[in-house]
Write a protein that binds this ligand. Structure first.
Ligand code: S3P
Length: 185
């Protein structure tokens, strides 16, 4: 799929949720905050909710309990997100690992794949050094291996791809808000 256009998978009649998926370091949280500010919708960050529930930062939770426990908690939190009310949902990069997560997230949602090239992701993750590596001991290899594996999933589940390395955040938000408003009228 080239570019950033809307795909042919049907949009809900009314968009009540903006769901941001995509690899770590692509800027989901920044966009989620900005969109929520424009639309005056609340933001739910699955990572922050996991941390609140576990009462510890994600890197500590994973060191202590492992990835399986983290994924189970993340899935529980997603299943319990309030439905039927406007919200921006800022998802951890691994939500697409479990199809059940997407079944919950898809309700009345515009699903946005927030993407960036791997060099940009690498630079951003080097600065934000507290994210635990996913499967490889070297950051660059970890990104390459997991990005390659996940890319088709982000594509499959999203209505729209935005590229935060190539496009300005204000422009991206404008485009998304326009889709939400068109869908309303
Ligand atoms: C993860 C991404 C992280 C966080 C956890 C696992 C992943 O979220 O959920 O470290 O599997 O890619 P961000 O995408 O917000 O960094």
């Amino acid at each position: 799929m080239g570019g950033n256009s809307l795909k042919t998978i049907p949009l809900p009649e009314t968009i009540q949720r903006l769901v941001l998926i995509g690899f770590r370091g692509t800027g989901k949280t920044t966009l989620a905050q900005q969109l929520a500010g424009i639309l005056q919708w609340p933001v739910f960050s699955t990572d922050r909710m996991v941390e609140t529930t576990a009462n510890m930062p994600i890197h500590r939770l994973i060191a202590k309990e492992g990835w399986e426990k983290f994924r189970a908690l993340e899935s529980r939190i997603i299943a319990e997100l309030p439905a039927g009310q406007p919200a921006v949902i800022d998802c951890g990069g691994g939500v697409i690992e479990n199809p059940a997560n997407l079944r919950h997230l898809q309700q009345n949602a515009l699903i946005i794949w927030v993407d960036a090239d791997q060099t940009t992701i690498y630079q951003r993750l080097q600065i934000a050094g507290d994210r635990p590596l996913l499967s490889r001991p070297d950051l660059r290899e970890d990104i390459a291996a997991n990005y390659r594996r996940r890319e088709p999933l982000y594509r499959q589940y999203s209505h729209l791809r935005v590229d935060t390395a190539a496009e300005n955040a204000d422009k991206i938000c404008e485009r998304i808000v326009e889709i939400v408003q068109q869908q309303k009228s």
